[in-house]
Structures are given as structure tokens and as C-alpha cells.
Ligand binder design. Structure first.
Ligand SMILES: Cc1cc2nc3c(=O)[nH]c(=O)nc-3n(C[C@H](O)[C@H](O)[C@H](O)COP(=O)(O)OP(=O)(O)OC[C@H]3O[C@@H](n4cnc5c(N)ncnc54)[C@H](O)[C@@H]3O)c2cc1C
Length: 288
């Protein structure tokens, strides 16, 4: 199918994008990589009257090291982030999660900001942002604001972004030498969205005692779901396979996953337990 007719703009600066959004009075959609929006438009699930293409706004395409965090511009392609030495070194959890997104051809077009703004409940990047407690930098008519993942991800495909706002940057804390992370997921075929995925980030002292833990799960709720009780089970304890098994079982109990055509709620709980245990095994290994 072809999309419904729309007006197309290709501004070159963020200021121009914001001005266009204002003029459109809530009837515009931003186009980033188009990997989610274009199929939705072709199926006429989305019928924006105005399309504002971010593709030429080069000021949103950067990866910058800053004090304590790595700043990734919204327009950075997922494949570019995956290939970035800075990402691999400073935010290994992001580097581990990116290859799970579709296939290279999709990641060549799909952007970091587009995935976060799209907020698919099975998407990997919202879980990474949640596990790392990233800062999401948003530009709007009144200037910039910063949102935490807990306020940014509102529900299925819904964020706290207003129709006149643009996600401009995600700030991801740089991993210290004591931090370990893992991303694991199960999907029906390689490249499919996850049935369940687990992002794990832990800070282990020299005796492997867990100083801090963050667990974010995808595919089990309207957005990335933090397993807070599982995190509590890990914190203060010496990390071991048995401890991660226990945390996995706790996580499975504290979530309330939906049943759908892909999996039952019960199966998603079981997967969560197994995947958190698996993620734990990975962080105990030499390459985490
Ligand atoms: C076959 C296939 C398989 C896929 N598999 C996966 C997968 O396994 N995991 C996964 O996570 N994704 C998957 N995707 C989706 C892919 O990651 C998309 O790239 C992503 O969901 C959206 O990014 P985009 O840059 O393409 O955004 P677009 O499709 O251009 O936009 C998506 C939405 O975000 C809004 N938006 C985009 N950028 C901004 C911004 N800077 N500020 C505010 N709003 C913005 C748009 O207006 C639109 O509503 C798949 C896609 C395909 C086609």
C-alpha cells in the first residue's frame, strides 16, 4: 500500500525543525530512519499530514565523550553506534544490545533516537536506557529538558514527548572498570523483536560483591520493566550463578507479562527467569 498524502519538509537545523513542528500544530511526524514510521504509513496506521525529515540535521549526528557520560545524538544510526569504539569502550551494554535490532540493513537506517522515541515494548534500546538510567535530552519550544527513562517511557509506543518536541540526545553513563553488563533475548528468529529480553548492569567490587544492580526487561509490559525486587536480591551479595538464578526467579514473580499470539504470560515469566540467570552467567565470565 502507499501512504496517505502528506506535506514533506527537509530542514537542515534543529531550530528549523522546531519551527516546522510549531507551524504544523500537532499534525506533523518526525522522520528519522523510517524503519518503523514508513511501514506504519504504508499500512496507513499512521497518517501524518506533515512529515519533517531529520535526515539533513547533521547537528544531531554525533557521539561525544563527556564528563561521566557518553552523549549520543538522536540521529546516530544504530549501525554506526554498534561500530563505534567509544560505545564499545564506554557503554558496553549498548554495544551488546545493538546487534539484536533487526538486521544490519535495518540498523544502517534506524537511529538511536528513533528507536527510543518509537518506544516499542519489545525494543532493545529502551531497556538499555532504563538499565543505565540514561538521561534523555529533549528540545522543545521553551528550550531543553532532560527526562529519565521512568518518566520518558509512558506506555506501549507512547513517550512523554510532546507533539512539538524532539529527542535530541541520550546521555549514557560511562562504565567504570568494576561494572559488568549483559544483554540477552529470545526471539522466534534472529532479527525478530524479542519475545523477552533482559538488560543487566552490575557494579561488582574486587570480591565480586554486588554494589549496585539494574535489571530491565523487554517484552513483558507496556515498556521496559525494571525488576526492582531482583535488583534488591543482588545488591550487597557476592555474585554467583546461584544468586542470579534466585534473582531470575524473583524477577519472574514480580512482573506481570501479557499473553499474545507470540507467547503466554506463563512462558514469558519462565523466559525472564532463565534469561536473567543467563545474563548473570555472562557477567561472571571474562568478557563482560
Ligand atoms: C524488519 C524490521 C525488524 C526490526 N527489528 C527490530 C528489533 O528487533 N528491535 C528494535 O528495537 N527495532 C526493530 N526494528 C525497528 C528499528 O529499530 C527502527 O529503526 C526503530 O524502531 C525506529 O527508528 P527509526 O530511526 O527508523 O525511526 P522512524 O521510523 O523514522 O520513527 C519512529 C518514530 O519515532 C519518532 N521519532 C524519530 N526520531 C525522533 C526524534 N529524534 N525525536 C522525536 N521523535 C522521533 C517518529 O516520528 C516516529 O513516530 C525493526 C524494523 C524492521 C523494519
Amino acid at each position: 500500500m502507499k501512504p496517505a498524502p502528506f506535506e514533506y519538509h527537509a530542514p537542515r537545523t534543529l531550530d528549523e525543525v522546531l519551527a516546522r513542528l510549531r507551524q504544523a500544530g500537532g499534525e506533523a511526524k518526525l522522520l528519522a530512519g523510517g524503519q518503523s514510521l514508513v511501514p506504519a504509513m504504508n499500512l496507513r496506521l499512521a497518517r501524518p499530514q506533515v512529515l519533517i525529515d531529520l535526515g539533513r540535521v547533521s547537528e544531531l549526528d554525533y557521539i561525544r565523550e563527556a564528563n561521566g557520560h557518553l552523549a549520543v545524538g538522536a540521529l546516530v544510526h544504530q549501525r554506526a553506534a554498534e561500530r563505534s569504539d567509544a560505545v564499545r569502550r564506554d557503554v558496553p551494554l549498548l554495544a551488546r544490545a545493538l546487534p539484536f535490532i533487526g538486521h544490519p540493513a535495518i540498523r544502517n537506517r534506524g537511529t538511536i533516537g528513533g528507536s527510543l522515541a518509537h518506544a516499542d515494548p519489545a525494543a532493545e534500546l529502551p531497556a538499555v536506557a532504563t538499565a543505565l538510567d540514561a538521561d534523555l535530552v529533549i528540545a522543545g519550544p521553551g528550550g531543553q529538558r532532560v527526562a529519565k527513562p521512568s518518566e520518558f517511557f509512558v506506555s506501549y509506543f507512547t513517550t512523554s514527548l510532546q507533539p512539538d518536541e524532539v529527542l535530541v540526545e541520550v546521555r549514557l553513563p560511562r562504565a567504570t572498570s568494576s561494572m559488568r553488563s549483559a544483554f540477552v533475548e529470545i526471539s522466534r528468529r534472529h532479527g525478530d523483536f524479542a519475545i523477552v529480553g533482559v538488560a543487566l548492569s552490575v557494579d561488582l567490587d574486587s570480591g565480586r560483591r554486588c554494589r549496585a544492580a539494574r535489571v530491565a526487561i523487554v517484552g513483558v509490559g507496556p515498556g521496559p520493566v525494571r525488576a526492582v525486587q531482583a535488583e534488591r536480591c543482588l545488591e550487597g551479595q557476592v555474585a554467583s550463578e546461584a544468586l542470579f538464578r534466585e534473582a531470575g526467579q524473583i524477577a519472574a514473580k514480580e512482573i506481570d507479562p501479557p499473553s499474545d499470539i507470540h507467547a503466554t504470560s506463563h512462558y514469558r515469566r519462565r523466559l525472564t527467569a532463565v534469561l536473567l540467570e543467563d545474563a548473570g552467567r555472562q557477567v561472571l565470565g571474562p568478557s563482560a
